[in-house]
Design a protein around this ligand. Structure first.
Ligand code: PHE
Length: 338
């Protein structure tokens, strides 16, 4: 009776405890085996009742053991399949577009709507495509305008350098095709400058070229005016200042009314209300002839802008170095504009 109570009350916490139970009662040296040994010694009258009790007891112990064993087994199985599908999943980190990509895509979109295609060219250029064809005279200080990284410096003509502007792509386009041309050239360019908040040894440009019969300076102004309205919003003012580039004549620089302080004065526009965003001009007839285009039939305009500057004004970025440092705290701020 004492054992029956113990068996009924038995509630093991784990499989080890159950095993101890089995050895104690059902093992070869266990209690039940022992009782059966004793059974042999009782008188034959007692055997009937004792035998019955003994058998019941044995069955009880066996049934209990089997029950518990199964419950442990199914517990192990359950824990294996216990994946809670209602739990929230791990976050999937979505990257963000680089601000320069955002700006480049936007510029491309605007000019695409005006019928401009996109052209690309090599970053390592020869002297002809980067300088000579563009009317930079040999040994003329104009070449120093753009501090060049030379890869191979020979006698000028055979020099190989990292392109200093994507005007080289314009030359390639004109040499390899027939007018009319209407294209923009986005790409990375290199200049040998000390790295600071305001200058870097590489940056990104979008240049543009439009060549056809009867293209005038008025077309240039209207195209760029429209571009700025699209990019910075209706009402953005522009102004053109005379300038000089070897490959355009006349040449100009275009300013936009400061998009940040709206003219009320900020250090982005050096408190002037105006920011220069691009250089432009009518393609010099010498350049057209250098590229095999009849300058008596065709005229055209070209322009070139730094994408970093455009992005600075759009996103109020005050340090050029941020664009190439890959600081996630900076890059993540553009998350929403994928
Ligand atoms: N290539 C000039 C630069 O790198 C920009 C420019 C392009 C100016 C076309 C006029 C016309 O600064």
């Amino acid at each position: 009776d004492q054992y029956t109570a113990e068996i009924n009350a038995f509630s093991p916490a784990n499989a080890d405890e159950l095993e101890t139970f089995r050895i104690k009662f059902l093992g070869t040296k266990g209690i039940i085996k022992d009782l059966f040994e004793q059974f042999k010694t009782v008188s034959s009258e007692e055997k009937r009742t004792f035998g019955k009790v003994l058998n019941q007891f044995k069955q009880l112990a066996e049934a209990k053991h089997q029950d518990l064993q199964e419950s442990f087994k199914s517990e192990v199985e359950n824990s294996k399949s216990e994946i809670d599908l209602t739990l929230p999943g791990d976050n999937f980190q979505v990257g963000s577009r680089h601000p320069l990509s955002l700006v480049r895509n936007e510029i491309i979109d605007i000019f695409k709507r005006l019928g401009f295609t996109v052209a690309e060219g090599p970053e390592i250029e020869d002297d002809w495509h980067n300088f000579s064809a563009l009317n930079f005279p040999e040994e003329h200080p104009a070449r120093d305008m753009q501090d060049t990284f030379f890869i191979k410096k020979n006698n000028g003509k055979d020099d190989i350098a990292l392109r200093t502007h994507t005007s080289s792509v314009q030359v390639r386009m004109m040499e390899n095709g027939k007018p009319p041309f209407r294209a923009i050239m986005p790409g990375r360019v290199y200049r040998n400058e000390a790295i600071s908040a305001r200058a870097h040894c590489f940056f990104h440009q979008v240049e543009g070229l439009y060549i056809d019969e009867n293209v005038s300076f008025a077309d240039l102004k209207q195209t760029l005016y429209h571009f700025v309205q699209e990019l910075y919003g209706e009402g953005t003012k522009v102004r053109f200042r005379p300038s000089y580039f070897p490959f355009t004549e006349p040449s100009a620089e275009m300013d936009v009314s400061c998009t940040i302080c709206k003219g009320s004065g900020c250090n982005m526009c050096k408190y002037s209300g105006w920011v220069e965003i691009l250089g432009c001009g009518m393609v010099d007839p010498n350049v057209l002839e250098n590229c095999g285009i009849d300058s008596k039939v065709y005229t055209g305009f070209a322009f070139g802008m730094g994408m970093e500057r455009i992005a600075n004004l759009k996103y109020v970025i005050r340090d050029l170095r941020l664009f190439s440092e890959n600081d996630e705290r900076f890059l993540k701020q553009f998350q929403t504009e994928i």
